[in-house]
Ligand binder design. Sequence first.
Ligand code: SF4
Length: 466
Amino acid sequence: MINLNVYSQNHRKELEQLLESSEWQRVIKSGLVDEVKNEKLKPNKVRNFIDTVIQQLLKFNEERVKKLYSEHNLDDEEIFAELSKWPEDMDDSEPVISFLGLNLTPECNFRPKCLYCNQPWTESKLTIQDWKDIIKEVTEDVREEGPYIYFTGGEPLLLGEDLWGDNGLIKYATERGAGLNVNTNASMITPEIALRFIKSGLGRLHISLDTSDKDTQNFLFGGERFDRVMQGIYNIQIARDLVGVGYPIIHTNCVLTKKNMEHFPELFQFILDKHKQTGDKSDPFFNDLFTHVVPVGGDENEDIRPSAEDFRKFYTETWETVSNMWSEYQDKMGVPPDKRGELFGYFSNPFLRVKHKGGIDAYVKEAAKGRYGSLALSDQCYVAPTQAAFTPDGKQYRCGSHAIRHVLPLGSFPDSGVFDNIKAGISSAAMLPQEKYCYGCALATLYINQSVESKLKEKVKEIKSV
Ligand code: SF4
């Protein structure tokens, strides 16, 4: 029996109504819920992004650097330079990757597409078997934890059963030990697909939700799509509760534009009202539906990009408002002060999450030009050899940011394998980051690079102290 008492009264009514719909009743009568209960796969644990970089750099360099230091009078910078160097030749070892981004299709069911969509058109050349072969290669070495695979598009659900079916990509990747995420507009998530996601072991969904104001959201979506998107989200909530599992977790992506940035506190309240009412940090749904703030990208979006003053207001006043709302919510849920989750980590904002040279004054000026990562780039890009991103034409890039802008491809699948392409690009990785290629570096990768840098600096101290 499904227990929807974990939701707010209003939201419970919405879910109960949806559960009574003919679509849900037909799926329940078909026996699919029991099939999923009996045959479901569990999401796999994924590798830590920062440790995956550090472990490989230390494997390649630690003993050599210790020897060098014992023989020469190296200063901190020289030790760091040697320690953080990827080898030019990796012929004797295979890279270990923690992130694989697969842009499965350029097609989207939203026509016209979302107002801010800056996804360039790319011809689809890879077959489902090619995508499986890519996944196979990067999961050959999985023991306890696997790479995190991010399926995106276009709209990946257009692949249908090839994505979520018993022979689909999600199930295939879960069986091979990867952790999975699907980035979708949610409009195609029917009751059946919500249940099939669980059966296949899907761990996470990233769903676009920019505002709780229906008219503004439909304007940004380019059509009357808000209700269908919310229904897709609610179908996942019902499916999880029917099967009795804590996955897939839903995160939302809020693309910040001039049109919706003032609505952010209302969006946050909407999320608090719709997510499971829990004050327990260990509950998998503690941060369910929480939003990642993504300032709008693409040169073509200049007219809807917030100004420097808009950004300043958002990262100071607006953020303080939502932080207070989060505190009040936790008060209401009776969470003791030492058990509280702050709006940090994934759910922090792009200004607070990483260090930007020059602080907020410099950051907001760059942000107004759409160059969100420029001031947070590390001296080197340490993370690139631990990740791979593919576009539908089979081209492989060092990261999602390069893939979306088609910058510096490393090679093409199936002409050359994923690891061969990473190895071939290792020597030129030393030239990165460069502002012209990397100003759009994703927040998560900026964070990983900054964290790797500070961990390696700790390691320098350790080497000197021995
Ligand atoms: S954008 Fe540049 S710095 Fe960022 S991950 Fe890609 S290559 Fe590295």
